[in-house]
Write a protein that binds this ligand. Sequence first.
Ligand code: B12
Ligand code: SF4
Length: 466
Amino acid sequence: MLSADTHNPNSTINHHTFGYPNKRDSANYSKNKWLLVQPKSSTSMMVDSGSVSMPLNLIMVATLAGRLFDVTLIDERIGDRVPEDFSDFDVVAITSRTLNARNAYNIGDRALAQKKIVLLGGVHPTMMHDEAIHHCTSVVYGEVESIWDELETDIINGTIKPVYRAKELRSMTAMRSPDFGYALQSKNARKYSSRIPILATKGCPVGCNFCTTPTVYGKSYRYREIGLVLDEMRSHQERLNRKNVNFSFMDDNISFRPQYFTELLGAMEKMGVRWNANISMNFLHKPEVAEIAGRSGCDLMSIGFESLNPEVLKTVNKGANRLQNYSTVVHNLHKNGVAIQGYFMFGFDDDNEKSFQATYDFIMQNRIEFPVFSLVTPFPGTPYFEEMKPRLRHFDWSRYDTYHYMFEPRKISGEKLLENFIKLQKEVYRGRAIMQRMSGKPLNWVWLANIMMNRFTTKLKPEIYL
Ligand code: B12
Ligand code: SF4
């Protein structure tokens, strides 16, 4: 299928051609039509509710594919509808995590039945390529940037292979800046969070056994030149015509290399932006790190405390988490105006009733602004999944959302686990507890999140976790 249009007209971001030849200059190419799909998940939990972040994964695919092909991006999470009839498209490319794999596969099956080329990518197809291949023409293993040249050539030549897996990972300097125009063109785009996703680094060598990142990226840790990250921030400031733009770093572990991290934050100090990120605790106990985070505009850090039980921390290989540093980390961040979204997991074999009390005490004493509780979920492809496979209650991927009960821990019954899990959430989000944690803190969306959680937790019952 040929089309004269070579570019998404709604794109407002400047392009940088970092290392890729500019294919748009080549006069003779066949141009097929691509539909990129971000499927919603079918879990009953609040995972896709409220505002969701723009899908940086598919935006990256669109940015590459859009140079040669005619690309439409749709996002089911914001209400875009996947067509029943794919006759307007040649290629249907779908991203999937485990919790939306069922929907992704259904879309793939329908497109295959209509004789389309179907590409499946993202963390779940990467981990489960033998399963995913039944629902597509090709599975793309890991990041699209590292296999793009081969995939593009094969699509044009009609020599598509069942699996694309890069022999080596591309340097981040050679990667293009994402073109957000592909996501912003949707009539439902206002439902996206105003926080703009951005990437400075990729990978995380910490190696927690429940995490997919070490399997996908191995021990590699790559980072972009700081100037490129700042250029991308500036292009959004220009597009939105204001300085105080909110960014959300999508990095696996942005602080893994302290020197890079502090240099980046130092360079961001004069930008006037606000930002938040997922972060591991490896050196956050040092006061100077929290100071520079505050000065550079960080208003929230998402920290995986995971557990207050030392036995649990040992079993998950999370060496960066030292219990003796937990309170210092929180104190330092708070002193510099940074709020904390704290992640806590329950259901490990070493968990017992005391784990819940210890977590409650830690949250309340340290006034953690936004505690998030989840149940241990061994994700397919991780070492933890292999270890736990014989004990898993089900393989229904829609319930792999970290809010479902997956296996009976050894030191506490499933019933007691859920009872304590619910009690903890209700207590932390009771009106009085919210006041204790939040009084004197800025009136912003974190307050709102607490109010929503207060309503949500009053309705919790063990059945919803089964
Ligand atoms: C940032 C992040 C978040 C953010 C933003 C998520 C979002 N909406 O994008 C927040 C904090 C909101 C979040 C929430 C959750 N997250 Co999260 N998150 C991440 C993290 C660290 C980075 C994701 C990211 O954007 N990376 C940057 C983009 C550019 O890279 P990418 O997604 O890998 O995409 C590349 C490739 O995969 C490939 N690709 C992807 N799709 C496609 C499609 C095609 C066709 C092709 C060709 C290629 C391709 O090319 C892309 C560009 O390089 C990942 C870890 C990881 N590395 O995947 C976990 C991760 C995705 N999250 C995970 C989980 C479990 C969750 C939660 C369930 C946690 C919770 N209890 O709340 C929720 C679920 C949210 C949801 N609705 O999906 C798991 C998922 C595991 C799994 N097997 O599904 C991961 C993998 C972490 C882990 N534990 O291993 N998350
Ligand atoms: S520190 Fe975070 S990103 Fe790194 S391996 Fe552990 S869970 Fe994954």
